[in-house]
Design a protein around this ligand. Structure first.
Ligand code: ATP
Length: 445
């Protein structure tokens, strides 16, 4: 009997209070393995548009890509449906499963790309699913089908990608503080740098591998290859049982949501992830709460850009902008009132700094001291030797700008999106995945 390629996308099985779609995937992997499935690729954790207001946390969906004996397919799908049905009781979840047999069609890839930066509807997903022969389970009414479908379409074969090893807690520990020795995280970070990333936020000393909610994730280590993640895991001092762990291949840390042509300001739509190119048009100011707001304009309009308080030291960079600076800004479009938006900044590149001057009174040609003004248009005189020059003008002194042209400025790791490409990954991008997979990519075996 020939083997068939099967792609199972899952999303929205969780709520802010409970669960996590990657955990459902981890359970399903075990079920599928028991039923004889062969994994074609690592399970994939696909992050989608991070500005979607109805996400629980990081807008993540999962896709499992397997080869299975055609006779076993129905059993496998039943396992997936049963698992997701069990989770439906969770308040706030809206689970969706999408199943594709055979290779991924190009229009589905297009849908996935759009899901990275646009806001899509259940109806959009339904139409794409029908056209591309994707089955939606248990039915097609739930919002989760958007992410489930988008996860299938994002194959990560000819694009940049990273990995994350996610370890899960036993039931009794969920909701309690996570017991991972912070010193061991610091040590692991030192020994695996630059092949793991965002383990720690060095500005605050905050450990980033452990999330803070009641979900089943104990920790997640992000990195460039599966081997380094297994090594990093062995370096951690974990003081509570690990129920299971899985290595996911993912678009995290790749800027996938920002890799689209710049938009014009008049084209902005709420909750999109965008890149804008323009000129700073208003001096940055600090508003109550410590947020820094400036404005950018292009030929089509003007919009506010904001570095919010949680972005810490990034605000100091934004404060240094000045009208006339040519910049590229990257971020999410936040509606603040009808038709008015603010760009929530995630990244900033200075294309060209404006020349900035301070004006000072001219110096006395005899004593070298700065002279005094004689009144508007009346020139200057030296207070010491009384030398007078009615034609003298103020001296324009160029100000040394502290912003560097061409440099990428990012918020500190604790304030970065899952999709944000950390500085240490620049130059380390991958372009293709062909396998093979390591043998030990999940536990228990
Ligand atoms: P977690 O990170 O724990 O998996 P989450 O942040 O992914 O949680 P979900 O509960 O999955 O949050 O909610 C996100 C919802 O948004 C899903 O229903 C998903 O289908 C939907 N969604 C994802 N991308 C888009 C998009 N581009 N447009 C509209 N809806 C989207």
């Amino acid at each position: 009997m020939p083997f068939t390629e099967l792609h199972i996308g899952i999303d929205d099985t969780d709520s802010p209070q409970e669960g996590c779609t990657t955990y459902v995937a981890a359970l399903l992997i075990e079920e599928l393995k028991q039923r004889g499935a062969r994994f074609k690729d690592y399970p994939q954790l696909i992050r989608l548009n991070p500005n979607i207001p109805w996400k629980s946390r990081g807008n993540g969906a999962v896709c499992l890509r397997i080869m299975a004996d055609a006779r076993d397919l129905q059993h496998m799908l039943d396992a997936a449906i049963d698992l997701v049905k069990k989770l439906e009781a969770q308040p706030g979840s809206n689970p969706g499963i999408a199943v594709l047999k055979g290779s991924v069609p190009t229009p589905l890839e297009g849908f996935s790309k759009a899901a990275l930066h646009e806001v899509l509807t259940i109806n959009d997903a339904r139409k794409v699913a029908i056209k591309n022969h994707v089955e939606l389970l248990p039915d097609s009414e739930r919002r989760g089908i958007i992410g489930a479908l988008a996860a299938i379409g994002q194959t990560l074969l000819n694009t940049d990608y990273t990995y994350e090893l996610l370890a899960y807690r036993i039931q009794e520990m969920r909701g309690k503080p996570r017991r991972v020795d912070p010193k061991s995280v610091v040590e692991m970070d030192k020994l695996t740098h630059p092949f793991t990333f965002n383990n720690i936020d060095y500005e605050t000393g905050r450990i980033l591998i452990t999330p803070r909610g009641p979900d089943p994730v104990l920790f997640g280590i992000r990195g460039e290859n599966p081997e380094i993640l297994v090594k990093a895991l062995s370096m951690l001092k974990v003081e509570e049982p690990i129920e299971r762990w899985v290595i996911f291949r993912t678009n995290q840390g790749t800027d996938a949501h920002l890799a689209f042509p710049p938009k014009r300001i008049k084209q902005l739509k709420p909750y999109e992830a965008v890149t804008l190119e323009g000129v700073i048009s208003k001096q940055p100011m600090v508003i109550p709460g410590g947020h820094v707001i400036a404005s950018i304009s292009d030929r089509t309009g003007e919009v506010d850009i904001a570095a919010y308080e949680p972005t810490g030291s990034f605000r100091e960079v934004v404060k240094k902008l000045t009208p006339g600076d040519l910049v590229k800004v990257y971020g999410g479009v936040r509606p603040i009132s009808t038709g008015k938006f603010t760009i929530n900044l995630e990244k900033l590149v200075i294309v060209k700094v404006a020349e900035l001057y301070v004006e000072k009174n001219p110096r006395c040609p005899r004593y070298g001291k700065r002279m005094k003004s004689e009144g508007k248009g009346k020139g200057f005189s030296c207070p010491k030797c009384k030398y007078r020059d009615p034609k003298a003008e103020k001296e324009k002194i160029p100000v040394q700008r502290e912003l560097e042209e061409g440099k990428v400025y990012l918020p500190p790791p604790r304030a970065q999106r899952h999709l944000t490409k950390p500085l240490q990954r620049y130059g380390r991008e991958k372009t293709r995945w062909t396998g093979p997979m390591i043998e030990k990519w999940y536990y228990p075996p």
